[in-house]
Design a protein around this ligand. Structure first.
Ligand code: PA5
Length: 432
């Protein structure tokens, strides 16, 4: 199970203990639903409440999509896409879209509606013009500009391609009763799933928003759900000694109060890059408000040691790192001896890439700690559905409690509206 190591966090045991009463109070506010945003805490025990019929319908729909397309296009932005992409990238083959057809059991996946680039959408439509496709449009509000624009274009393409049968190639996840997408899904009889009212976008990976795309990509959603259910138990104790999630909350908040106001999520596995993107949205939208909050950033090591390593080691001292390490990555490459040894790497013969990666982590940890950068280490046993589900629940719970500790509403995002209002005015949208 997930472990935390605070030995290099520069936060001592008594400082963690001193945070306990404040964390317990934030815990109560969250669990008793007495805080701001209390109508968005459905994610807390969502995993243990998913009806079996919902799981069966998700799996049946996934099977249908797997069987009817070469390209599976997921349209959504923010919380309506980052969760699914992060899990799919973490658990799929590193080159899953490039595998030969006979090596791949699931469609190729492409994301759309997460930007407003004409180049991106034009090239996507050119790519899929002669291919079989299925669209999954995900939008809680059903009115977000980016996915709505892409869906308008791609839907027309699918309708031209499949005519009467186009409804077999269009699927939706949206609100149960409100919004333009709900209206359209009902009118066109698309197979559709509901995002519950009491779960916000960035907490929605455990709802059909995440589960349907995961199932299409061959990911075991029952194991993923079980990881969440285990998280509900693992991170429920109000005693800080028994709850590593609250130890993480305490450590990052002690550091924040010492002006370490940038947290970098670090990984040593490229497949975790989008877990960091998901995490950045989770903490950024939840905590960054009212002039407060830890800025969430991310780096992928050892890659970014060759770009950001200098700054982390030697730059402004307002950072701390939270490192995700995976004990068993399942796959590895052995390093063989070479007679000429021109590259000078024979000292590593008999070792593996993962061994070297581990030493890169240990060496970096020593260096950054010497450079006065606090490090929190999270150790995952394995990178699989169960452990990733558990890690995501860990972060969601930490985020909700951290938000209340900071005195903000962790479940709204009023600041996101400012750019939209200006953009709509510039676009002369009626009413702006
Ligand atoms: O977390 C959030 O609430 C946002 O990131 C939304 O998920 C994002 O703006 C997309 O919204 P919608 O699902 O309504 O299209």
């Amino acid at each position: 199970m997930l472990k935390i190591n605070l030995e290099n966090s520069f936060v001592n045991t008594s400082e963690i203990k001193n945070m306990e009463p404040f964390i317990q109070s934030a815990h109560r506010v969250l669990h008793e639903g007495t805080g701001p945003g209390n109508d968005f805490i459905g994610w807390l025990d969502f995993a243990s409440r998913i009806p079996n019929e919902e799981i069966s319908r998700i799996k049946a729909t996934a099977k249908k999509i797997q069987g009817n397309c070469e390209y599976f296009i997921v349209i959504g932005i923010g919380g309506s896409y980052l969760g699914a992409k992060s899990v799919i990238d973490a658990l799929s083959h590193s080159f899953h879209n490039l595998l030969e057809d006979d090596q791949r059991k699931v469609p190729k996946i492409i994301y759309a509606g997460q930007n407003i680039s004409g180049k991106y959408l034009r090239e996507l439509t050119e790519l899929i013009e002669k291919k079989d496709v299925s669209l999954l449009v995900i939008s809680k509000s059903g009115t977000t500009t980016e996915p709505a624009l892409s869906f308008r274009v791609l839907k027309e393409m699918v309708e031209n391609k499949y005519g009467e049968e186009s409804k077999d190639h269009i699927f939706a996840v949206t609100d149960g009763s409100k919004g333009a997408l709900r209206q359209l899904a009902d009118k066109e009889s698309y197979e559709s799933f509901v995002i519950p009212d009491n779960v916000g976008g960035r907490y929605s990976v455990i709802t059909p928003v995440g589960l349907l795309p995961l199932a299409v990509m061959g990911i075991n959603i029952e194991d993923f759900i079980n990881g969440f259910v285990q998280g509900e138990k693992d991170y429920s104790s109000v005693n800080i000694e028994d709850n590593i999630c609250y130890q993480y909350v305490a450590a990052r908040n002690v550091l924040y109060r010492r002006n370490n106001n940038i947290e970098l999520l670090v990984n040593y596995e490229p497949s975790l890059q989008y877990v960091s993107e998901w995490w950045k949205q989770l903490f950024g939208e939840s905590e960054g408000k009212d002039g407060k909050g830890i800025f969430p950033g991310s780096v992928n090591f050892s890659t970014d040691l060759h770009s950001m390593g200098q700054f982390i080691q030697d730059g402004t001292k307002n950072l701390f790192e939270t490192v995700i390490m995976v004990s068993d990555t399942a796959k590895d490459v052995a390093i063989k001896s070479n007679e000429e040894n021109l590259d000078g790497l024979n000292y590593l013969s008999g070792k593996t890439l993962n061994y070297v990666n581990q030493k890169a982590f240990e060496g970096t940890l020593l260096a950054h700690v010497e450079g006065n950068v606090p490090n929190i280490i999270l150790q995952m046993d394995k990178l699989d559905e169960y452990h990733l589900g558990n890690l995501m629940y860990f972060f969601m719970k930490a985020c909700g409690v951290s938000g209340y500790l900071l005195g903000v509403n962790p479940f709204n995002q009023p600041g996101v509206e400012a750019y939209k209002t200006n953009m709509f005015r510039l676009l002369e949208k009626p009413g702006y």
